[in-house]
Design a protein around this ligand. Sequence first.
Ligand code: GDP
Ligand code: MG
Length: 162
Amino acid sequence: MLPVVALVGRPNVGKSTLFNRLTNTRDALVADYPGLTRDRKYGQATYDRKQFIVVDTGGITGDEEGIDEHMARQSLLAIDEADVVLFMLDARAGLMPADQGIAEHLRKVNKKVFLVANKVDGIDGDSESAEFYKLGLGNVYQIAAAHGRGVSQLLNTSMAPL
Ligand code: GDP
Ligand code: MG
């Protein structure tokens, strides 16, 4: 069984864009239609001669009332299945209540979690990402999934234990 890397986060943070970049497919639904990917979607990827499975999820809807009620079932399942979780955040949108809820859940599960601040193209990534450190999940990796910036540094670190 290949290692499994799950992409989780609110809708519209760029999960499908990263999935497509990692798997070189256009199969996942990239929105303009946030949250359109309803089921977990699996793709195969290779980085630095390591093969792994990437799981795309439809996203967690963002109601702040409680992660258990509102986290999409498939996102929970994807986290369960994963060896590594890439928790994606939108550096343009900033830290949202739903991000806090997802972080709370991720702190409870025994998984390797990496925080990924996406969409840092054309903005000051350092200052826009700074608040994500409040989530208490360690380092924040800045990427622009749409352009590939930062992706190999992220993979270097997140694949290292696999
Ligand atoms: P998902 O709902 O998390 O799967 O998000 P998508 O991958 O569908 O992306 C949501 C929107 O963000 C789309 O309009 C993407 O083109 C845009 N997007 C994704 N990655 C980036 C990025 O690195 N930079 C910018 N500026 N936009 C991005
Ligand atoms: Mg998607």
